[in-house]
Ligand binder design. Structure first.
Ligand code: SAH
Length: 351
């Protein structure tokens, strides 16, 4: 097969033999990439039309008990200025977001022991009581199934837990020994089992990542069938062990977005903040390569520059309302439009 045949086969069957997927990723030309993106847009428009869904991201704590080598809020980063939002702060973010048209709130944070299972459940209940028409997404790392069940019961709808890399040897180069891909994958299956809409995913161009690793990640996701796939370029942070590692590239990330769209036609695919960080129009290009979700920052301006997962993170000095205008402009520049809705995966909502 040549690359155009590979793209056609991928669109028709949602799969490619491992070697062909590896060859497509590593040899695709700029001209072929245009064909890939066009196919990705057609598939995304078949299921989601021109709609772009927004998720209001509330980064409610940058305290973390883990020490992932790539992450700026890792336990070992003594330079990170730590913060936590109170329940009132979080509800104020939701209020601002609701008025701006957000119908999904994503609570993301480090693995912070202060937020016990019961405290998190209280937060979820409080948001759900005030905003019953909104979806609540949690992204707070690896927990026991009982904990996930408690939060589901409290009203959580979705959970984001990137698998980071499915290859155990690669996983151990990105994380300390106490963390394992086996446990992370167990969490993903537990979440699905409990009825959560689940997001997994990986960084593109993370240190030591090979093309084979990326193909393995695609194959894992094709089997797991998440409702969302979150991918973005790795970007180094100056106070981590990976400070001198090169960032992932715009092109590789766009190729992967489009390939994931063709592999999982109905998946929700965010154009991430990291993509917007490596290129000023990165997110717009992501939308034109098959992405259909954007997750604008709803965190209070005072803490935004403290949730520094990587250097150069955008949108850390604006107020949330400025963000809304900017989103509107960016999305309409692509010919797509913001849709005020929970933005469920069509697999789940049956639309
Ligand atoms: N503690 C939660 C949330 C982690 S932050 C959890 O464990 O799921 C969300 C995502 O940011 C991570 O899953 C990781 O893929 C990404 N991330 C972290 N550091 C990064 C970096 N240096 N460059 C790009 N993405 C990064």
């Amino acid at each position: 097969m040549n690359n155009l045949e590979r793209i056609e086969e991928l669109r028709r069957t949602t799969k490619l033999p491992h070697e062909d997927m590896a060859a497509l990723i590593s040899t695709i030309s700029d001209e072929e990439a245009k064909v890939l993106y066009k196919n990705a847009r057609e598939v995304r428009e078949k299921y989601y039309g021109k709609d772009v869904y927004l998720r209001g991201l509330i980064e409610f704590t940058n305290n973390c008990k883990n020490n992932c080598y790539y992450c700026g809020i890792r336990r070992g980063n003594e330079k990170a200025e730590r913060y936590r939002l109170s329940l009132d702060d979080i509800l104020a973010c939701c209020k601002t977001g609701y008025e701006m048209g957000y119908r999904t709130f994503v609570l993301q944070g480090g693995e912070d022991p202060y937020f016990t299972d019961e405290r998190m459940a209280e937060i979820v209940r409080a948001i759900k009581e005030k905003y019953p028409d909104c979806a609540i997404t949690l992204s707070v790392g690896e927990k026991e199934k009982e904990t996930y069940a408690l939060w589901k019961e409290a009203g959580a709808d979705r959970y984001l837990l990137r698998h980071e890399t499915i290859n155990p040897a690669h996983y151990s180069k990105l994380h300390p020994a106490e963390l394992s891909i086996a446990h992370r994958v167990q969490c993903l299956y537990d979440l699905h089992d409990l009825g959560y809409q689940v997001g997994c995913g990986m960084m593109i161009g993370s240190p030591y990542q090979t093309i084979d690793n990326l193909v393995e990640d695609i194959e894992f996701m094709h089997g797991f069938q998440p409702e969302m796939a979150g991918i973005g370029p790795f970007i180094p942070h100056k106070d981590t062990p990976f400070r001198d590692q090169p960032a992932g590239t715009l092109k590789d990330t766009l190729h992967l977005l489009a390939i994931l769209r063709l592999s999982m036609p109905q998946v929700l695919l965010p154009a991430t903040t990291a993509l917007g960080t490596i290129h000023p129009q990165g997110r717009e290009m992501g939308l034109l390569a098959g992405a259909n979700v954007i997750m604008p920052n709803l965190s209070p301006t005072g803490v935004r520059d403290k949730y520094m997962l990587y250097n150069g993170k955008i949108c850390t000095d604006e107020s949330a309302s400025l963000c809304a205008n900017c989103m509107e402009r960016r999305v309409s520049s692509t010919g797509y439009q913001i849709k005020v809705s929970r933005g469920d995966c069509v697999k789940v909502s049956g639309n």
